[in-house]
Design a protein around this ligand. Structure first.
Ligand SMILES: C[S@@+](CC[C@H](N)C(=O)[O-])C[C@H]1O[C@@H](n2cnc3c(N)ncnc32)[C@H](O)[C@@H]1O
Length: 320
């Protein structure tokens, strides 16, 4: 599968918003936002239109790619999922809504919630560039989540790390608004994974089933220092390269995620948990299976199986 790139209309809209702005100023804001985010895990530092734009240039391509990868993982196990209504909580500039709109042509109704005024304004402006997103609703008042209508698909992308003591309550509220499927994505760090695994355990007790990445609803079989995460390579925007002073034309976004559904997934599968190692004699891969973690070796002499295993990719679901 090719790298999920921002849709052309969104790239053009971002570039157009940059027009006439001092690149140095945007770069300085992007650096400050990344630094604050790394230190406090909080995006409250984004306080103006220019901050919101700097954030979008630097982070939107990566979070878009990560959310798209998660939605593709859901489609692998549930090809017929066709949500009509999306609730994007902690929507920021609308990244996850764009990813969902591009993945599901069935989506017609987009409700975005975010407490940040500058990001909300940017989400509305960018949304005008998309035929279906143009009619999005955007709220940022304290009652927005409680008053939101339940949606077929609820997404919390890079949100729960910003919520401290109220994280359990937020998880409950997200699930209460989920008619069918909830996707929660976090940075692919041990701390991001911990948050995912806590929410996963809490909502399984509340009746949720795991659709991805885990092929089971049992406790995660991994233990520290190991953690479940994946990576998505994506091309960098020209403006991002300028804003970040980046040298490489691509970046690798690490993410951890869980997709929870009201009904169990009918398809049995295993998940590739790390880059498979290819040698002249075999392919070895670490898999998460319904029975726990399995270290599988596929010998070259088993020609058909070896040819298949050579194409395995980190994060992919394997079906019998
Ligand atoms: C790291 S940004 C992620 C934005 C977007 N989801 C993405 O993936 O690009 C986190 C967002 O969550 C929002 N946020 C933080 N706490 C929130 C809360 N309690 N309710 C709604 N939004 C919140 C922030 O304002 C910010 O826009």
């Amino acid at each position: 599968m090719s790298a999920p790139e921002l849709p052309a209309g969104l790239k053009v809209a971002l570039e157009a918003k940059l027009h006439g702005r001092a690149r140095d100023d945007i770069a300085a804001r992007a650096t400050q936002i990344s630094k604050t985010y790394r230190n406090s895990g909080n995006s409250r530092v984004i306080a103006s239109e220019a901050d919101a734009l700097a954030y979008a240039l630097v982070r939107m391509p990566a979070t878009y790619a990560a959310v798209t990868a998660c939605l593709n993982a859901l489609l692998e196990v549930r090809a017929d999922f066709a949500p009509k209504k999306l609730l994007d909580v902690g929507a920021g500039p609308g990244t996850a809504s764009w990813a969902a709109a591009e993945t599901f042509s069935s989506l017609q109704n987009f409700a975005l919630l975010d407490i940040n005024a500058a990001l909300q304004t940017l989400a509305l402006e960018l949304g005008r560039e998309h035929a279906r997103l143009a009619a999005m609703t955007c709220r940022r008042d304290a009652h927005a989540l409680d008053e939101a209508e339940p949606a077929d698909l609820v997404i919390a992308s890079y949100l729960i790390g910003e919520v401290g003591a109220e994280r359990r309550t937020l998880a409950e509220r997200l699930w209460a608004k989920t008619r069918d499927t909830l996707l929660v994505v976090e940075p692919g760090t041990p701390a991001g994974y911990e948050r995912i695994i806590e929410l996963r355990a809490q909502l399984i007790v509340a009746g949720a089933h795991v659709a991805a990445p885990c092929p089971h609803d049992r406790a995660c079989p991994l233990s520290a220092p190991d953690w479940c995460h994946f990576t998505q390579r994506l091309p960098r925007l020209r403006a991002h390269i300028q804003a970040k002073g980046a040298e490489l034309p691509f970046e690798d976004e690490k993410f951890s995620y869980v997709v929870l559904t009201r009904d169990p997934i009918a398809k049995a599968f295993s998940r590739v948990l790390a880059p498979p190692v290819l040698s002249k004699v075999e392919v070895s891969a670490k898999l998460c299976t319904a029975g726990g973690v399995s270290f599988t070796k596929v010998p070259r002499r088993d020609k058909a199986a070896y040819a298949k295993a050579r194409r395995w990719r980190w994060g992919e679901a394997l079906f019998d």
